[in-house]
Design a protein around this ligand. Structure first.
Ligand SMILES: [Zn+2]
Ligand SMILES: [Zn+2]
Length: 396
């Protein structure tokens, strides 16, 4: 008998709430309010959540938990245990450790999130779990290793992964053999899976663009491939029969194995070492600038001839034997990830610089941050202003 395909679900329409910065703010609120009675008449969550995230939790006449509890549960940060707000281990880690990055957070979610997921009504502890994030990432790794393009659309998720009842524990070799089926999304399933992929694309080794999720590493980067395969290995345990208990239990971080997060170290240059200097947040900036996928995307849309944004030099005229030596520079504050949108990875905050100008702007940043005695820019406009201050001083 053919197994029935497991439903893949996500809390749709909540992308803003599931942006990493907001997940962290929500986790901090849940941490401070841990144990409050969610059934009391006054909605104690609303004021602190709205202040922390600058988002509205509409409609006002519903309790926040009633409409948004599933966001907290899908993000694996909190649940409602016996009518009381209860923070998970993952939520606690986010709130207590501000150095915990988006990559570490998503790496914790990938091997733990399994269907049927207890935030949804069809939860049954006895069914063999399906780990959707492991399934997707392992399939992308399998494609990359098989010499195919490492990307997947929402339609492929249904046709190839859900249609073949992939669970997340299969070998890369068997995943590379999968053939499309005629399984298609029904109703709002398409949107749910799309938003789940966008949520996942916040981690450094994935990018979302034009309806497609890309694995953002080169085929010869064997170190990253090994690290990503290890983190996309399901954590198998006995599932709790009470949904809320299962959410708490699956979000537990106590484990003998310490997760290694791919840092894409093979792409580091002397600029990186000077720039990061132990400041962990700054590596996010470099990950964006080193992204092969973003580079491809940027130059597929940029008008020719490509020029340096600071010195206006045309590198192909200056060095006619080179193909394209311009580098991407990310203008946002150093700790910010790229903005995720439904359309894709944002290119709005990226410019191209020649290698000299690029090196020089990072020196300019470093001097300025040191003189201000801060580790990072405080707002996007501060970052843009400092960039423009440097740009105005460039001699042609
Ligand atoms: Zn330049
Ligand atoms: Zn840069």
């Amino acid at each position: 008998m053919k197994e029935q395909a497991m439903k893949w679900r996500w809390d749709q329409g909540r992308l803003d709430y599931l942006r990493f910065e907001n997940i962290r703010s929500i986790a901090q609120c849940c941490y401070n309010l841990n144990g409050v009675n969610l059934k009391q008449s006054e909605d104690i969550l609303r004021p602190s959540l709205e202040r922390a995230t600058m988002l509205t939790f509409a409609p006002k006449h519903y309790k926040v938990w009633r409409n948004y509890g599933r966001v907290f549960e899908c993000a694996m940060i909190a649940t409602d245990l016996g009518g009381r707000l209860t923070i998970t281990d993952i939520g606690k880690r986010l709130a207590e450790n501000v150095e915990w990055t988006v990559d570490e957070y998503i790496a914790a979610i990938i091997p733990r999130f399994a269907y049927p997921y207890p935030a949804f009504q069809d939860y049954t502890a006895s069914l063999a779990p399906v780990f959707p994030f492991c399934v997707i990432i392992r399939y992308l790794l399998a494609s990359l290793r098989a010499g195919k393009s490492a990307n997947i659309t929402v339609e492929d998720v249904f046709s190839i992964l859900i249609g073949n009842t992939v669970q997340g524990t299969e070998s890369l070799d068997s995943l590379a053999q999968l053939r499309p089926t005629n399984i298609k999304p029904q109703g709002d399933e398409e949107r749910q899976v799309r938003e789940m992929l966008i949520f996942l694309s916040q981690t450094n080794f994935l990018k979302w663009s034009a309806g497609t999720l890309f694995l953002d590493i080169e085929a010869d980067d064997t170190e990253s491939i090994t690290q990503i395969e290890a983190l996309a290995t399901p954590i198998l345990r006995t599932r709790e029969s009470v949904p809320q208990a299962e959410i708490l239990s699956s979000a537990t971080l106590q484990s003998d194995t310490i997760q290694v997060i791919p840092t894409l170290t093979t792409r580091e240059t002397s600029l990186d070492i000077m720039f990061t200097e132990g400041k962990r947040f700054r590596t996010e900036h470099l990950r964006i600038e080193r992204s092969p996928q973003l580079r491809k995307l940027y130059f597929s849309q940029a008008p020719k001839p490509y020029k340096c944004d600071m010195c206006a030099g045309n590198m192909q005229t200056r060095y006619p034997w080179t193909d394209n030596i311009l580098e991407l520079h990310h203008l946002l504050p150093l700790s910010s990830s790229l903005t995720i949108t439904t359309k894709g990875t944002s290119l709005a905050d990226v410019v191209t610089l020649c290698p000299n100008c690029h090196r020089s702007i990072h020196v300019f940043y470093k001097n300025w941050l040191n003189s201000e005695k801060v580790n990072d820019f405080r707002t996007p406009s501060e970052a843009f202003n400092i960039y423009n201050t440097a740009k105005q001083q460039v001699q042609p």
